[in-house]
Write a protein that binds this ligand. Structure first.
Ligand code: UD1
Length: 417
């Protein structure tokens, strides 16, 4: 197993290029299942989750090839309609094949994901929505079996704006008969990109990016050609890396409109952020100020930035409170940050951080993807050496993070345990 070793205390400086968004690339890859012919998606990040998605597409019968940072998927022949437990447990986003397979083949069998490190994460709203579109859903030995000769458009009101649920339903409704109205839809930039991609395939979707999305079903879709948007969570992680080290970094590919909630909290903390032609310049202050944060669905503060922001707040002068409202168990990084000297107390769904801690390097363990990032950020700001183990979590979602940080001057490297 590998670990990341960081010698902290260096101010980061320079420019870093953000990769394509994992959370956009995954639904786009699965959207290729909706059409005959050869799709091509570019600006694909090199990540473990992308390899898992490719494995799943191949198991379903799609032909997949690669050129540089593009992936070609030919889903003309689909020979299996099953996403196995082995793949779904490795990557929950595998459940996004449910909508496309059902719409294209009339049948899908997908393992239920079960719980994970950050909470229960059910897919009941995906299933309820598909039932409203006319699918019959059965649960069998841990698998969801969905069948529908022809999906029919329907009015669906989501109990909460689930990102994956909105994506599954958009893909299914695109090939349904008639109009679907999706209320309380998720509004994340990744939803907007998926809707635009589906429209470029011939779908008729209006309103993506708002809470009400209209989908006029069509009979057939064309292969997809598109390029993945920059990863706003990776961008946000580098923005915090600059801030926590008192550095000066141009984060190329960071899109201001996708980062408003994070930017406003970072400004409140005393960080300086300037938009430039192709990204955001972030300058960390001498002394950070404490800021309270409450995560929420887009355009709220992203839960995927909560752990990283907590690392930042350990260095602020005073007490801050971070409340997690999206997932119930997303404070696994707290114990590890405490091992580095952070003063954090958990109070229900909130963490109270008494900042200005003198973080000291320690061996720590990554528990999930974004928790791993927060430990690396803390390591950059800590005295001496931090060793982050179980970095397979990190490799699911950050492309060459140690190389990108090293190019900004950080003393960080990957080693065998
Ligand atoms: C996506 C992102 C993930 C991010 C999350 C929230 C991908 C691949 N992953 O995950 O990085 O942290 O959005 O921004 O894009 N819920 C239900 N029933 C459902 C579906 C969801 O109760 O059927 C609940 C979940 O338990 C959770 C909340 O809704 O509490 C949000 O989940 P959701 O938006 O679905 O997240 P994901 O799509 O899994």
């Amino acid at each position: 197993m590998e670990k990341i070793v960081i010698k902290g205390g260096i101010s980061l400086a320079g420019e870093v290029q953000v990769s394509g968004a994992k959370n956009s690339a995954l639904p786009l890859l699965f959207a290729t299942l909706l059409a005959d012919g050869r799709s091509e998606i570019c600006n694909i990040p090199h990540l473990r989750d992308i390899n898992t998605a490719v494995k799943l597409l191949r198991e379903l019968g799609a032909e997949v090839s690669f050129t540089a940072d593009c992936i070609q998927v030919d889903a003309t022949k689909i020979r299996s309609i099953e996403a196995s437990y082995d793949l779904v447990k490795t990557m929950r986003a595998s459940v996004l094949v449910l909508g496309p397979l059902l719409a294209r083949c009339g049948h899908a069998r997908v393992s239920l994901p079960g719980g994970c490190a950050i909470g229960a994460r059910p897919i009941n709203l995906h299933l309820k929505g598909l039932e409203a579109l006319g699918a019959t859903i059965k649960l069998d030995h841990g698998y969801v079996e969905a069948t529908a000769k022809q999906l029919r458009g329907a009015k669906i009101s989501l109990d909460m704006p689930t990102v994956g649920g909105t994506e599954n339903l958009l893909m299914a409704a695109s090939l349904a008969d008639g109009e679907t109205v999706l209320e309380n839809a998720a509004r994340e930039p990744e939803i907007v990109q998926l809707a635009e991609a589906l429209n470029s395939m011939g779908a008729k979707i209006e309103g993506a990016g708002t809470a009400i999305i209209h989908v006029q079903g069509v009979e057939k879709l064309q292969p997809l050609k598109c390029s993945v948007i920059p990863d706003r969570i990776e961008a946000g992680t580098f923005m915090i890396a600059a801030a926590i080290t008192g550095g000066n970094v141009l984060v190329r590919g960071a899109v201001q409109a996708d980062q408003e909630a994070l930017i406003s909290k970072m400004l409140e903390a005393g960080v300086k952020i300037y938009p430039e032609a192709d990204g955001l310049r972030v300058i960390g202050p001498q002394q950070l100020k404490p800021v309270d944060v409450r995560t929420g669905v887009f355009p709220g503060f992203p839960t995927d930035m909560q752990a990283q922001f907590m690392a930042l707040m350990t260095k602020a002068e005073g007490t801050s409170r971070i409340s997690e409202t999206v997932f119930e168990n997303r404070f696994m990084h707290v114990c590890e940050l405490q091992r580095m000297g952070a003063d954090i107390q958990i109070d229900g769904h909130s963490a109270i951080i008494r900042g200005n801690s003198n973080l000291t390097g320690a061996p720590v363990m990554a528990t999930d993807l974004r928790a791993s990032a927060s430990l690396i950020l803390a390591g950059l700001a800590a005295e001496n050496t931090t060793e982050v183990s179980r970095i397979y979590h990190l490799d699911r979602g950050y492309e060459k993070i140690e190389k990108k940080l090293a190019a900004l001057g950080a003393d960080v490297r990957r080693e065998q345990e």
